[in-house]
Design a protein around this ligand. Structure first.
Ligand code: ADP
Ligand code: MG
Length: 701
């Protein structure tokens, strides 16, 4: 239950004067909230202005530059109302200061209001833009007017908030003011010493400061008010992730301590030697799983580094103790591929593997479900279907979630909610920089595969203008005649799956004219049976060129494919290009990647392509990507709908993130239920930043 103290901040914004349902909907949109109902005062309270208007320039009438914003202190001389019945003639108010005269000009203004605002004989303050015409100064509709004695209510620096079309800045400002006025006296959730040491204000002062910047310095992410709120935001995030983690850990993790028998047989069955970093990762994982705490580990490894094998050994340890494990892939194709890799190996080690996806036929499904329920099947590969209601595990010990960056935190929670409390291993090929791991996943343990399997050769990457497609076709002919295989990736088409598909089919037709039946195509609209067949034919070598949309982006493995052509490479992001390129260079043969682009290139596109030419290092590419595109995109949080930050700027607040993580950990170590006085205050923090989902975990645990 939300503490009553916070009630004033959780009133719907429609309860503010002047805000009806329509305006509320616009504000909700400007704030990125789902609906007007769900938009509360607190959301306005923590909305940072993104720039400011500076009205401090007070040059006097005669020295006011054309169209610049100035504030003038004027003596009001006389009013000249619009003539009766001639509303289109403006109402003018003549005024002066010691430097000169000015006409304040109003269209369709109410006389009574103007007489009150600008009384003849009084000194007033007005602010706005000055126009000069034939040596005369005028100001049309001043932005602000006040009697000189009200100067305290005349902010010379004004915050400006992000707007949506149709929403007036004044209205939004008024709504923000109402929210700030509603701010109750809240207990402090941060450490007093920490605040003093870092020169940070208390929450109320920070909120007021946020909305009343005095100058540009106050807009800096590291201005005290912003820094305080950014820390709050980070702490709320870290605390909620830590709560999730605490809960995952608390659920009676079952120590898994196999005798190594299955792993031994696997080692014999494997056609290769594990790399040193694969062995290390497996050791990390087994160590985690042997402890009574639940494992929550991220396995990072560049494309082609061999994450599947690592996962397989963890799964094998579960089979050794008679338990089950699942491997969840983000797509049908990938699930099929994992199954094809794992099943023969596991079979040789005497372990039964099944596959379960949304496409599994009803009859087969029944059989598989009952094998899962009886515990006969020890390893299950699949898609989201693995976590549907109808699936009952006999004894689920481990869940491996492949290519995590496609999944959001929500899915992870759902997966955990599946009754059982499996150890969790999350794999990702996106080499996420540490700051991002922290902010998105919280304090997760990380294993990294830092080396590629032995014998891999570097991939030669070139960029070429699309016009030269004829050259590529000739080179391909030569390569194919030498028995090579190539992927041909069709362009990403904004917003339209249909046109993406069309471009793939067109390219298929174009290449088929040259290569006949050696070319095939795979795209998202094909039935999964057709996709499988296409992938299979390419794998076996029946076809040699596979035209594809980005459906093959993640994880597909055909080790002897050695050429990657990416059409309209300028439309892809760096991470995606790197992923795609990682489909080749997996065998012992030298590989190449041809990035076809259509000019003229934008600055960013040019930078992306040249990074691709220069580097194959996933970490370097991820760092560059972060610089070029910002963190949301890199993590794929757009797809998963995870909320971005409001005040946090990961560049500027990197140091705070580390502190917030430690703080969150310490807090929960001392007070796991957030029951102490500070704990109660911290619960408020979670509500303020809309992280209260995590609070539910407290009692449910
Ligand atoms: P990713 O990390 O991208 O998921 P995969 O697990 O799909 O990579 O492995 C890529 C390829 O490398 C597969 O063909 C796999 O069989 C092979 N592989 C994995 N580990 C090794 C190894 N230690 N030595 C040689 N090849 C390996
Ligand atoms: Mg993989």
């Amino acid at each position: 239950m939300r503490p009553n103290l916070l009630d004033p901040l959780f009133v719907p914004i429609t309860s503010f004067t002047g805000i009806g349902p329509k305006i509320a909907a616009l504000i909700a949109k400007a704030l990125g909230r789902e609906s007007a109902d769900d938009t509360r005062a607190v959301d306005l309270l923590l909305l940072p202005p993104h720039r400011l208007i500076d009205r401090r320039n007070q040059p006097g009438v005669a020295y006011s530059p054309e169209h610049a914003i100035v504030t003038l202190k004027l003596h009001v001389d006389r009013h000249q109302p619009s003539p009766r019945g001639k509303g289109n003639v403006p109402y003018r108010v003549f005024a002066h200061d010691e430097t000169g005269d000015i006409a304040l000009t109003f269209f369709h203004a109410r006389q009574s209001w103007l007489e009150r605002s600008l009384p003849v004989g009084e000194t007033v303050l007005v602010s706005g833009k000055v126009d000069w015409f034939n040596g005369r100064a005028s100001m049309v509709h001043p932005d602000r007017m006040a009697l000189a004695e009200d100067i305290d209510n005349f902010p010379l620096v004004e915050p400006v908030y992000p707007l949506t079309a149709g929403l007036s800045p004044k209205l939004l400002q008024r709504a923000v003011d109402s929210a700030v006025a509603a701010l109750p006296d809240l207990p402090e959730w941060l450490n007093e010493a920490f605040l003093v040491q870092n020169g940070l204000p208390d929450f109320a002062a920070a909120v007021r400061g946020l909305h009343a910047p005095r100058d540009e310095h106050d807009m800096n992410p590291n201005a005290p008010a912003r820094r305080r709120l950014a820390y709050d935001e980070l702490l709320a995030g870290q605390l909620s992730l830590a709560l999730v983690r605490q809960r995952i850990r608390k659920l009676q993790g079952r120590p898994v301590k196999g005798d190594g028998s299955v792993r031994e047989k696997l080692l014999e069955a494997l056609p290769f030697q594990l790399t040193e970093s694969q062995r290390e990762a497996i050791a990390d994982i087994l160590k985690d799983m042997q402890s009574p705490n639940r494992m929550l580990r991220l396995l990072q490894g560049d494309v082609g580094s061999g994450k599947t094998a690592v996962a397989l050994f963890a799964m094998a340890a579960c089979a050794e103790v008679g338990g089950q494990s699942v491997l969840m892939a983000p797509t049908e194709i990938l699930a099929q591929q994992h199954f094809a890799t794992i099943e023969p190996l596991a079979r040789q080690a005497g372990v039964r593997v099944d596959i379960l996806t949304g496409r599994t036929k009803a009859k087969e499904r029944q059989a598989i479900l009952s094998r899962i329920e009886s515990g006969e099947t020890k390893m299950i590969v699949g898609t989201h279907a693995l976590f549907q209601e109808s699936v009952n595990y006999h004894d689920l010990l481990l869940a491996v979630v492949d290519e995590q960056h496609r999944f959001g935190v929500h899915q992870r929670l759902r997966l955990t909610a599946k009754g059982a409390a499996p150890h969790m291993l999350v794999t990702t090929a996106t080499p996420i920089p540490r700051t991002l791991v922290l902010s998105a996943f919280g304090d997760m343990d990380v294993s990294r595969l830092t080396e590629k399997p032995a014998g891999r050769l570097p991939i030669k990457t070139v960029t070429l203008e699309l016009e030269r497609i004829g050259d590529i076709v000739r080179r391909l002919k030569d390569a194919i005649s030498k028995g090579k295989k190539a992927y041909w990736i069709c362009p990403l088409v904004e917003e339209s799956e249909l046109s993406e598909l069309m471009s793939a089919e067109q390219r298929h037709a174009y290449l088929a004219a040259e290569f006949g039946a050696l070319v095939d195509v795979v795209h998202g609209r094909m039935s999964s049976a057709d996709k499988d067949r296409a992938m299979q034919d390419f794998k076996t070598g029946k076809t040699r060129i596979l035209v594809a949309t980005t459906v093959i982006e993640v994880g597909v493995d055909v080790p002897d494919a050695s050429i990657m052509v990416i059409e309209h490479a300028e439309r892809f992001g760096l991470a995606q290009l790197h992923q795609l390129r990682g489909r080749v260079g997996r065998g012992s043969e030298a590989s190449s990647c041809i990035l076809l682009y259509k000019g003229p290139l934008s600055e960013t596109a040019r930078a992306r392509l040249s990074i691709m030419r220069e580097s194959e290092d996933g970490f370097r590419i991820a760092e560059e990507d972060l610089k070029l595109r910002g963190e949301g995109e890199l993590l794929g949080t757009r797809q998963s709908g995870a909320p971005g930050f409001r005040l946090v700027d990961l560049e500027a607040h990197r140091d705070l993130l580390e502190t917030a993580r430690n703080d969150a950990r310490y807090i929960l170590e001392m007070d796991g239920e957030l029951a102490s006085e500070r704990g109660q205050a911290l619960r408020m923090l979670l509500y303020l930043w809309r992280r209260d989902e995590a609070i539910k975990l407290l009692r449910a645990g």
